[in-house]
Ligand binder design. Structure first.
Ligand SMILES: NC(=O)c1ccc[n+]([C@@H]2O[C@H](COP(=O)([O-])OP(=O)(O)OC[C@H]3O[C@@H](n4cnc5c(N)ncnc54)[C@H](O)[C@@H]3O)[C@@H](O)[C@H]2O)c1
Length: 286
């Protein structure tokens, strides 16, 4: 089946997920409630693709496919028209995602796949409040999606075979390695393991045992990781870490899960990492 794809949310993830879909040959529409952000991201991803072509990582056809197959859309109602496959990548807030899916699952027909790229929210937490729960699935990409070769697929127990099969096909056609989880779990495989590392790094920093730069250096040199936990947090976005932690804390009530004050302060100030130019580190525009 030739899917028509809509990506809802055109931030750092959604803009590149839409690019991956377009470069794989799918007609794709990308929507964000913030028009300026969407226009900026479109150009930003175009520059990234050109850069990858210069480095001979992509061939030139990718840029043509990006331009030919991807259209920007400025209305939620319009972006889902005639679509067969939806990928949601808006801000990591449960209420926002739920509102979108409740709205669109009332309009879309029963064959449309509804995937979320959420890092921590399970598809079943959303699907149980929506029409066609068997059409919901987690399709978890990694930043930056146009470079990172993995999609984790996770699904509620009652997912339809058709939904799972088509999600795997789209993921593979995007040229990505795919893992399918047997059961839902917050954070899937990678973020669940990564959370343990980042939590411990934040704990060390909070206890004043070492500066965040030294913790990053220790992990890079001692464990041969390409990025330290604070650099990685900056790349994924400090808001993602904050909201994920807040969700866990609200569910468990365990003080260990409460987001650290230094993290909350940065999120409140809008220092969200690379995407805002400042997080733990500062990033100069080039
Ligand atoms: N950043 C990562 O490394 C990463 C990796 C995997 C998955 N994710 C997930 O991807 C999702 C998006 O993360 P991001 O890093 O792209 O964040 P981002 O802040 O860059 O983008 C979020 C976008 O959502 C838009 N938005 C907010 N409310 C909206 C609404 N009601 N309708 C339409 N658009 C709306 C914002 O304007 C913004 O452009 C989150 O669920 C996150 O957990 C992030």
């Amino acid at each position: 089946m030739k899917e028509n794809i809509a990506v809802i949310g055109g931030g750092q993830m959604g803009s590149q997920i839409a690019a991956l879909a377009a470069m794989a040959g799918y007609k794709t529409s990308l929507y964000d409630e913030n028009k300026d952000n969407l226009d900026y991201r479109y150009k930003f991803v175009e520059e990234n693709i050109k850069n990858l072509i210069d480095k001979k990582i992509y061939n030139k056809n990718k840029l043509d496919a990006y331009k030919q197959n991807l259209e920007l859309n400025y209305s939620l109602e319009n972006v889902i028209k005639d679509k067969t496959f939806i990928i949601e990548a808006v801000v990591e807030k449960y209420e926002v995602k739920l509102e979108i899916f409740q709205k669109i699952s009332n309009i879309l027909d029963e064959k449309v796949v509804m995937a979320t790229n959420s890092s921590f929210i399970q598809a079943s937490e959303i699907s149980k409040h929506c029409n066609y729960p068997e059409r919901f699935i987690n399709m978890h990409f990694f930043y930056p999606p146009i470079r990172m070769d993995l999609i984790e697929i996770s699904h509620p127990e009652n997912v339809s075979e058709d939904t799972l099969k088509r999600t795997k096909t789209v993921s593979e056609n995007m040229g990505r390695s795919v893992v399918v989880l047997k059961k839902e779990t917050p954070g899937f495989i990678v973020n669940r393991m990564l959370a343990a590392l980042v939590d411990e790094a934040y704990e060390l920093y909070d206890e004043g045992i070492a500066d965040f730069k030294d913790i990053d250096l220790a992990i890079k040199k001692g464990l041969n990781h390409p990025l330290g936990p604070f650099e990685l947090s900056d790349y994924s976005g400090l808001d993602i870490h904050y909201y994920a932690k807040l969700k866990k804390f609200r569910e468990s009530g365990d003080p260990k899960d409460e987001p650290k004050d230094f993290l909350k302060e940065k999120v409140v100030r809008g220092d969200l990492g690379v995407k805002t130019g400042k997080g733990f580190y500062e990033y100069l525009e080039d």
